[in-house]
Design a protein around this ligand. Structure first.
Ligand code: HEC
Ligand code: HEC
Length: 384
């Protein structure tokens, strides 16, 4: 049993290192070069050697091969350039060419329908390329699914993608799935025209019908309905800074600010603090909070509900001590109380608490000892 556990632990920690790419972390946790370590197989059965207490996670296991291993070769510039295509919204990288939706339809039937379905309808795990009028579907993007059967947002190329050039790029680079890079530029223009047609889209107010000749210039005139639908703007050198600014304000992502003026109110809007809460994990524990956690350990202050001895007397004692003839010493009678007080107050308290000669314990009340004594003091003071 113990053996199994040990093995398990080792393969888990080795896998964690792989996924994080942090071999230095293994300093303490790494297995020693024992049998268990050699057998711990991860990543297709390869055992990574442990050197100086560290698992050489991403290194090629040269020990296993007994010689230096070299994979592949540096690609030639031509090979590299053939793969390194970028087709940008401003037209950078977009080749000249042309094609119609009609031509695209034939290519689509031959090379795309088997996965993406008729007219880009999708299905069987393959994405839809069109679901109807892009401009109408764009309006669904703000739909909220509050109940399970509510219509959610419809995200397809036409309704969702911000740049039409990405469609060209995607098809040219990555489709058809089993034969990437096999389409000519004109074929891609035709396919893009076909997909624009299936999304019922217009270019400069003109519908992309079957015979519409799409070319480079026309393509760059396409205005995608969701072109301004993404924020923050992650493009360009200011992208990372835009993202930081965006997430610094919770209002940008549905959060709200906290009602500082009336913190106890049940908050229906403006409820969240303006700065995001940050928690640091240091030295193995949650260490630092922003805003800081309170370290005041007092109990909350209880309202001053001063014990009212007179009231307690009226409620618990007056029926016997309130009038003559009840067999109890009467409140206000110096003569009645003098003999009791003479014994000393400690005895008076004790007898009262325990009960004595027709005086039930604490007079039958549920007062605490301390409060009972306060009532005794009240009676005695009234009777001196
Ligand atoms: C063998 C199946 C297959 C064939 C054939 C195929 N595709 Fe695809 N296509 C896929 C898969 C799978 C994805 C999703 C890939 C992903 O999301 O990682 C995809 C994604 C796409 C997308 C992106 C859709 C989106 O909204 O994310 C487009 C556009 C596309 N294909 C166009 C085409 C065109 C045009 C053809 C024909 C030239 C084609 N595909 C042929 C399997 C295929
Ligand atoms: C059921 C009637 C009854 C009630 C109710 C009652 N008492 Fe008494 N109490 C007596 C009697 C009878 C005596 C006299 C006992 C004796 O003389 O030995 C007595 C005696 C006492 C004594 C003197 C005890 C001693 O022997 O030193 C104190 C003090 C006292 N009561 C306080 C209270 C207080 C305070 C309450 C209300 C919280 C209370 N009593 C309610 C009947 C009552």
């Amino acid at each position: 049993m113990l053996k199994i556990n040990k093995k398990l632990l080792i393969s888990i920690s080795a896998a964690a290192v792989l996924s994080l790419g942090l071999s230095a972390c293994m300093e303490n946790a790494s297995p020693t070069n024992s049998d268990a370590a050699v057998k711990a197989s991860i990543d297709g059965g390869v055992s990574y050697p442990v050197e100086n207490g560290k698992t050489s996670s991403y290194d090629v296991n040269t020990n296993a091969h007994g010689a230096d291993v070299k994979y592949g070769r540096t690609p030639t510039k031509a090979e590299y350039d053939a793969w390194n295509t970028d087709i940008m919204p401003d037209g950078t990288g977009l080749p000249e060419g042309h094609g119609t939706a009609d031509e695209g339809s034939d290519i689509y039937d031959a090379k795309c329908t088997m996965c993406h379905g008729d007219f880009g309808s999708g299905g069987g795990g393959y994405p839809s390329l069109a679901k109807g009028n892009a401009y109408d579907l764009h309006k669904t993007l703000t739909n909220q699914r509050i109940k399970p059967n509510d219509d959610g947002p419809v995200r397809v190329f036409g309704s969702y993608w911000p740049h039409v050039t990405t469609l060209f790029w995607y098809i040219k680079d990555a489709m058809p799935h089993p034969m990437t890079g096999s389409l000519t530029d004109d074929e891609v223009y035709s396919l893009v025209a076909f997909i624009l047609n299936a999304n019922e889209m217009k270019i400069d107010g003109v519908e992309v019908d079957d015979d519409y000749v799409l070319n480079r210039k026309k393509l760059l005139d396409v205005k995608m309905p969701n072109r301004n639908g993404f924020e923050p703007n992650i493009d360009g050198p200011n992208g990372p800074e835009n993202v930081r600014k965006f997430y610094a304000n919770p209002k940008n992502f549905g959060g709200q600010t906290y009602d500082v003026k009336n913190p106890a109110s049940r908050c229906m809007k403006n409820c969240q603090e303006p700065t995001a809460k940050v928690v640091y994990i240091k030295n193995g524990g949650i260490h630092d909070f922003h805003p800081p956690l309170s370290n005041v350990k007092d109990l909350p202050k209880v309202k001053n509900t001063a014990f009212n001895a007179k009231k307690a007397y009226t409620a618990n004692c007056a029926m016997c001590h309130g009038a003559e003839g009840m067999g109890a010493p009467v409140l206000g009678s110096k003569a009645d109380w003098a003999p009791y007080i003479a014994k000393g107050m400690n005895d008076v308290y004790k007898n009262g608490i325990k009960g004595i000669n027709g005086m039930p314990p604490k007079g039958g009340s549920s007062l605490s000892d301390a409060d009972f004594k306060l009532v005794v003091d009240y009676i005695v003071n009234q009777s001196k």
